[in-house]
Ligand binder design. Structure first.
Ligand code: SF4
Length: 351
């Protein structure tokens, strides 16, 4: 499919005009610099804008620049990311900061090829940083842009990803307008050409769209896979027993021990929680428990004060919040109830 020059120019002009009038006021857009773009792009991977805003502001207060982030411990970094999910992003961001300080004088590179060498930075994130932070003429394609292109140009579902990147490249305006152009594409996909319902009457390019008003076919969402987990809530003298998580998505976090009837006595059900992680729906039952013998394995007793500084998986912090001796733990971070990472429904059962 060839996109005529006249059409490209008209699309670009209208997108920019629309964006100037409708761009959302987001904190990372107010004072864009390479670090703020890097942080926001990492946070926005797999996570909705609304869920990211509060985390972003808090993060920038705690780690205002690359150097502050590089100096922080992994525990501090994970604690600040707690509740946002997909924790590999936080670990990679931390690694990037240390790498930049050690090898690049604390500065992010501006070339896509160099950006793609950083941990956790793929083609999209590199394109976003290069264009939004450095004004480079770099294309980007995220989920919103992909959907917009599919509808705008009536592309078949099997269109290869490389073709979408070619279209993004062909549509790029002069470097002066690249940042606004790329932001406009993403914003249009996010707020007008939305996944379930395209708002065509509000669309600035509706008369140029090849599928306007047509049915938008979306692959049906696969049903989540059900998982069952049991954890133990062991409290003594106002402190709770936590164990370090050594692997998996919660590596570096502290968590309730998984309930093991061989080493613990079940004192009754404390609460039930269900939450979603990626394609899983996890049903977690937390039991009040006591040691059958003396505590075994690596772990530590933590007070409510200790909990403030430790990173915990959100469901485990919720379970601890309902335990009387630990009820003075800090207020939970905003619950990302509608995002994919870790939506939690909480139902205390009582002791
Ligand atoms: S006209 Fe509708 S389907 Fe086409 S790009 Fe605009 S919002 Fe999307």
């Amino acid at each position: 499919m060839r996109i005529e020059r006249k059409l490209r120019q008209e699309l670009g002009r209208r997108l920019l005009t629309w964006y100037r009038e409708h761009a959302a006021d987001l904190p990372w857009r107010r004072v864009p610099n390479p670090y703020s773009v890097l942080v926001s792009e990492f946070m926005l991977q797999q996570t909705r804008v609304a869920a990211v805003v509060a985390y972003y502001d808090r993060w920038m207060e705690r780690f205002p620049d690359v150097s502050a982030l590089a100096k922080a411990s992994e525990e501090e970094v994970l604690r600040s990311w707690e509740g946002l999910g997909y924790y590999a992003r936080a670990r990679n961001l931390h690694r990037i900061a240390r790498l930049l300080v050690a090898e690049h004088g604390g500065r992010l590179p501006s070339r896509v090829e160099d950006l793609e060498r950083l941990p956790g930075v793929g083609r999209y994130t590199a394109g976003a940083i290069a264009s939004l932070a450095f004004g480079k003429r770099s294309p980007l394609v995220d989920g919103n842009v992909r959907r917009l292109f599919h509808r705008l140009f009536a592309l078949p579902a099997e269109t290869p990803a490389d073709r979408l990147w070619e279209i993004a490249e062909v549509l790029l305006p002069s470097p002066r307008h690249c940042a606004a152009h790329n932001s406009a594409l993403m914003e249009m996909g996010r707020t007008v050409c939305m996944p379930r319902k395209a708002d065509c009457p509000r669309c600035p390019v509706s008369d140029l769209c090849r599928s306007r008003g047509g049915q938008v076919s979306l692959a049906p969402k696969p049903s989540p896979t059900r998982c069952e987990e049991s954890a133990a809530l062991i409290v003594q003298g106002g402190r709770a027993w936590l164990e370090p998580s050594q692997k998996g998505r919660y590596r570096g976090f502290w968590r309730l021990p998984m309930f093991d009837s061989g080493r613990m006595s079940n004192l009754g059900e404390a609460c039930r929680l269900s939450y979603s992680i990626t394609r899983y729906r996890v049903h977690l039952v937390v039991y009040w428990a006591d040691w059958r013998e003396k505590e075994s394995g690596e772990g530590r007793w933590v007070s409510p004060e200790d909990l403030r500084g430790l990173p915990l998986p959100t469901p485990h912090r919720r379970a601890l919040d309902m335990a009387t001796p630990c009820s003075a733990s800090p207020p939970a971070l905003p619950m990302p109830s509608a995002r994919k990472g870790e939506a939690v429904a909480f139902s205390p059962v009582g002791k």
